[in-house]
Design a protein around this ligand. Structure first.
Ligand SMILES: [Fe+2]
Length: 432
């Protein structure tokens, strides 16, 4: 394909951005020095109520205070945050006049930190920076205050990305803010912090990692995306490219080799460490390439939850864990996207450890889907969207909730229509 197609100009460039990463058992204790080096003297420490008195939070507060940093704890992050919970953190950040931020927790805490930093630094109407079409998608005006992310789950990869996801309460829709400036300066990957994850949290966050890697690996290649009008409008999610492929491929290998062991035996330091690294690798990949349909379709799946409560998650509100809402769509999506690039889908299955010798191009989708389904069964994930309470009657609403996720659905390697989404959701209702 040339650079022009029906008068449209295609992208010719891609970028590779990531956070600094520090990895090692016990490195949380260095966060005081890290924040000092970044110039912070008064730091908001962001976490959720379940972790408020946990070891990772206590170690973080002590390490900051040891360096003479004024550390103030905000422990009201909502797991699967909403605009309302973001606003509470933003108010706290604005009133606290902080010059630095540390998040300790899962993606919810890290994303909440990003929003608190953004809106307290560059105050604006809440929808100003939110992705279109729900928000205005206004670019972040300048650099943010220093941010350090300390993940306690091996999941979102939020420590390496410029993305903050939340639920817009009034629309029951997940959306987000995406901008390079939201990327934390440093991600501290300390395997000691992921030792106490409940089993289902480990399973769902690990499957989120796997899907990040598979989605960025199979996403529309960057040079098939329309060129931006100006370089600063080049999206953070650019499509698959030669650098993101390397990180995604390695993450697929690492997760597939270690996820079951890491979930079943949290005392296995090697498996747990590999999962934490894989989450960051996948984050580097998808933070540049993007994700596509499994994530785009996941937002209504979690946003429209009726009464599902997952073991190991806060029981006070119905919730479909992010990783679960993603992986429940993934096999049906890959069955459908494989014809766009069968070789790449087969390569993904091979990276998962499947013997694909002799496979025909039309086998690519089923082979990749089956590899995922086997892991889902092994980890006790519900059997399709039906397993968390959805029926075919919900499909129109699920499709309507997916269509606004334009930036990610446009990265599908195969252009998708409402009818296609309907067929994919139907296929995702039940897998075995
Ligand atoms: Fe995700």
């Amino acid at each position: 394909m040339g650079q022009m197609e029906q008068g449209r100009r295609f992208e010719t460039a891609f970028t590779m951005d990531t956070s600094s990463i520090k990895y090692g058992p016990g490195v949380t204790r260095e966060v005081g020095q890290d924040m000092r080096q970044l110039g912070a003297r008064r730091v908001m420490v962001v976490t959720d109520p379940r972790l408020a008195y946990s070891e990772p939070v206590e170690v973080t507060l002590a390490a900051l205070r040891e360096q003479g940093i004024d550390a103030v704890l905000f422990d009201q992050v909502r797991v699967e945050p909403t605009d309302l919970s973001f606003k509470e953190a933003i108010r706290f950040a604005t009133e606290g006049r902080f010059d630095g931020f540390v998040a300790v927790g899962g993606g919810s805490s890290i994303d909440t930190m990003k929003a608190a930093n953004l809106y307290s630094t560059y105050p604006a109407d809440f929808l100003a920076y939110v992705n279109p079409p729900i928000g205005e998608g206004r670019p972040v005006p300048g650099p943010l205050k220093p941010m350090v992310a300390i993940p306690t789950t091996a999941g979102t990869g939020s420590e390496t990305t410029g993305v903050a996801i939340f639920d817009l309460t009034e629309l029951h829709a997940k959306t987000g803010i995406r901008h390079r400036a939201l990327r934390p300066n440093l991600g501290i990957l300390d395997p000691e912090n992921t030792r106490t994850m409940p089993r289902m949290v480990a399973a769902c966050s690990g499957l989120d990692v796997l899907s990040h890697a598979l989605e960025s690996f199979t996403a529309l290649p960057y040079h098939r995306r329309p060129a931006p009008e100006r370089p600063e409008l080049r999206p953070a999610y650019q499509g698959a490219n030669p650098i993101s492929d390397i990180w995604a491929a390695q993450a697929i290998r690492m997760v597939s080799a270690h996820i079951v062991q890491a979930v079943e035996d949290p005392s296995d330091d090697e498996a747990r460490s590999q999962m934490l690294l894989a989450a960051a690798y996948a984050g580097i990949g998808f933070g540049n390439a993007g994700v596509h349909l499994p994530h785009g379709m996941s937002y209504p799946v979690s946003g429209m939850v009726r009464d599902y409560v997952a073991e190991g998650y806060p029981p006070d509100h119905p919730l479909v864990p992010h990783g679960m809402s993603v992986i429940l769509n993934a096999p049906a999506v890959f069955r459908w996207t494989a014809p766009a690039d069968p070789a790449r889908h087969l390569q993904a299955a091979e990276l998962m450890g499947v013997d694909v010798r002799g496979a025909a191009p039309e086998d690519a989708g089923p082979i990749l889907a089956d590899a995922l389904i086997r892991i889902m069964q092994r980890l006790g994930i519900p059997n399709g969207l039906g397993g968390i309470g959805y029926t075919p009657d919900d499909i129109d609403a699920l499709v309507a909730g997916t269509l606004p996720q334009r930036a990610v659905i446009e990265l599908s390697p195969r252009p998708v229509t409402s009818d296609d989404l309907r067929a994919i959701f139907l296929d995702a209702m039940r897998y075995w």
